[in-house]
Ligand binder design. Sequence first.
Ligand SMILES: NC(=O)c1ccc[n+]([C@@H]2O[C@H](COP(=O)([O-])OP(=O)(O)OC[C@H]3O[C@@H](n4cnc5c(N)ncnc54)[C@H](O)[C@@H]3O)[C@@H](O)[C@H]2O)c1
Length: 248
Amino acid sequence: MAATYFITGAHGCIGSWIVKALVERGDDAVVFDRSDDPRRLRAIMDPDQLATVRFVLGDITDGAVVQRALAFSQATRVIHLAGLQVPICKADPIGGAMVNVVGTLNVFEAARSLSINNVVYASSAAVYGLNDDDAVLDETAKAYLARASLPFARRLIAAMRAGEAAGGDKRGKQSAALLIHGSEEWSDLDLRVDDHTDPLAELERLEQVSRERWVHFRPFLPTRQNPAGITDRKIIDTSIEAANAGKT
Ligand SMILES: NC(=O)c1ccc[n+]([C@@H]2O[C@H](COP(=O)([O-])OP(=O)(O)OC[C@H]3O[C@@H](n4cnc5c(N)ncnc54)[C@H](O)[C@@H]3O)[C@@H](O)[C@H]2O)c1
């Protein structure tokens, strides 16, 4: 039997996909969001499907508004996703707490007072922390300090490897990245691996590939001192060849 879901923050990244999934399986969705921007939902749902969705414009920091909207929706289930993420909370901690803490309590209170027992909300993987002890960070730092003779990129990867061997990130391992900046606006090296079974090994491979041409090509890009950079292909190729010939 179809159920009615009250979904806060459903114009967002996760909520819009939940709305789509609910409608596709025949449930009713009521979107409660302080944004009325339907772009995400329009991008992923058919107009016919979208027409079945009810929309309520409101702010979860206002308990009375949440209470009224939830009662009016006649929903029996709540999915709470309205929230502010790190950059916004960092810039405005009080505003962040109002939405993420007080707003969440408002949703819980409204559900409790209407005897709605089915409430689901999204937390953050960060609540699990990096690890139970300091071993990962300690081993990472130790390996970094012990490998001062390595080129910087390889030194960082070695440190990550040591952290991984000490237990790694207990939230799982799927991604790895290396972003190195010098004094210029452009990064010296920017390598990212995602959705990989062995991300550190892949990062290591990419770093090796970067040493074939990229790190030798990089100095010819525009700099603050020389905004035009060096574009003469002959100079660049000769330098790359010389660098590679000098490798042991
Ligand atoms: N996206 C992720 O990878 C991820 C991972 C873990 C947890 N989460 C959590 O899941 C929840 C949803 O994440 P998301 O990525 O869909 O976020 P999002 O930023 O894409 O969407 C949040 C939605 O909440 C709405 N909103 C913000 N403040 C509101 C308020 N005061 N009243 C009503 N609506 C408000 C915004 O308009 C937006 O539509 C958040 O709590 C987030 O912290 C997200």
